[in-house]
Design a binder for this molecule. Structure first.
Ligand code: NAD
Length: 377
């Protein structure tokens, strides 16, 4: 992630220093950026001169002292609170009082990272999506202690890097990793129940829903080790809220080291010559049922995030279209299918399963009662 973020910063006119304590990782990152820049030149996306300019704007090091004149540091090291806290303490001893200290963490609380700093008001989450040069979205996550000045400066810097920023409360999963959970977990649940095969579920989400990838294809691409870990972290961070309960099906894949595309096998087989099965059914009623069940679960998450002031409605919709390429913003989409329809579908699921997982967010219930919509035009 660090290399991708460095590339974005350098592409947008900044002098960048990449630090990694592991020289092998540093060399690998440098080669990775050089290869990416060469590809961009080959595809005529940038000129050879621009590529040299970007490459020259980045210097590589394994000592932190060279960071002393930096205005912004974005930490993207191993996802471990203690190690990150120690790094931030080390950085504070080197940098100026004005330097913003940002973390790219996906799952740790920004507040807990800031808490260990002498100047916690300059600490903030700047959360990129992988690959950083390609994905437009960046979540800006002020900690409880972050000053308004730090937040607005971080937003203006990242906006100037041609990214779309959304601001989110420091809560587990921020916007995208929280709201996206049902895309994976409800799809797995439908598969576990035997309602449809993975091929059929993926087909339904792509053909009826317009999603670029089906949930099983996407999980295989992300990697089950990563995807399962995110689900488990969100679930435990929400005090085991059944809405986010991970699945044994995915856990077993992780245990088998069937991580997905990167390991050659996940839900699908990626061995040479392996062929994907066709969906076993293209019955429209079945496809429609699969699609709407996953969709309303996503809408419920989006609505509940709004209800709990995690972010505003525009940022919630932008986050899901730019962070995970959903075909439409979920709240706008909920308006289209009707808030009371969403509520009815969730209530039907709740009545059938009697599981808290399917509880309808109070905001949807209230809006349905008052015939309200998220967007008035
Ligand atoms: N991979 C993703 O898709 C993704 C997406 C968004 C955010 N993130 C976040 O970005 C961070 C990094 O993730 P990653 O997947 O790039 O991890 P990674 O393990 O690929 O890279 C981490 C790098 O940090 C280096 N490192 C470890 N400890 C260090 C230290 N004390 N000082 C300096 N360098 C150190 C390691 O040598 C390694 O090269 C994590 O916080 C993760 O949550 C990752």
């Amino acid at each position: 992630m660090g290399a991708g973020i460095a590339q974005v910063a350098a592409q947008n006119g900044n002098q960048v220093i990449v630090i990694d304590t592991n020289l092998v990782a540093l060399e690998k990152a440098k080669k990775g950026i050089d290869a990416t820049l060469q590809k961009l030149v080959d595809k005529q996306k940038i000129t050879a001169e621009k590529s040299v300019e970007i490459s020259n704007a980045i210097t590589w090091n394994n000592h932190f002292e060279v960071l002393k004149n930096c205005d912004l540091i974005i930490e993207a090291i191993v996802e471990n609170l203690n190690i990150k806290q120690n790094l931030f303490a080390e950085l504070e001893a080197i940098v100026s009082d004005e330097c913003i200290l940002a973390t790219n963490t996906s799952s740790l609380s920004i507040t807990s990272i800031a808490a260990n700093c002498n100047k916690p008001e300059r600490v903030i989450g700047i959360h990129f999506f992988n690959p950083a040069p390609v994905m437009e979205l960046v979540e800006i996550v002020p900690a409880l202690q972050t000053s308004a000045a730090t937040t607005s400066k971080a937003i203006s810097i990242i906006d100037s890097w041609n990214k779309k920023t959304v601001t989110t409360k420091d809560t587990p999963g921020f916007i995208v990793n929280r709201i996206a959970r049902p895309f994976y977990s409800e799809a797995i649940r439908i598969y576990e129940e035997g309602m449809a095969s993975i091929e059929t579920i993926d087909y339904a989400m792509k053909t009826i829903g317009g999603f670029k990838m089906g949930p099983f294809e996407l999980m295989d691409l992300i990697g089950h080790d990563v995807n399962y870990m995110v689900t488990e972290t969100v679930w435990t961070s929400f005090y085991f809220d059944p809405r986010y309960t991970p699945s044994f099906t995915q856990k077993r894949l992780v245990e088998a080291k069937w991580f997905g595309k990167k390991s050659g096998r996940g839900f699908y087989n990626y061995a040479d010559g392996a062929k994907k099965n066709d969906p076993e059914s293209t019955d429209n009623v079945l496809l429609e049922n699969i699609f709407i069940r996953i969709l309303v679960m996503l809408m419920n998450e989006a609505a509940n995030a709004l209800y709990l002031n995690v972010a505003n409605k525009e940022d919630i919709d932008l986050a899901m279209t730019k962070g995970v390429n959903y075909p439409k913003g979920l709240l706008k989409w909920a308006d289209e299918i009707g808030i009371s329809n969403c509520m009815d579908i969730l209530d039907t699921l709740y009545d059938e399963y009697r599981e808290d997982r399917y509880r309808c967010s109070p905001i949807l219930r209230r809006m349905a009662n008052f015939e309200e919509v998220f967007y008035s035009n």
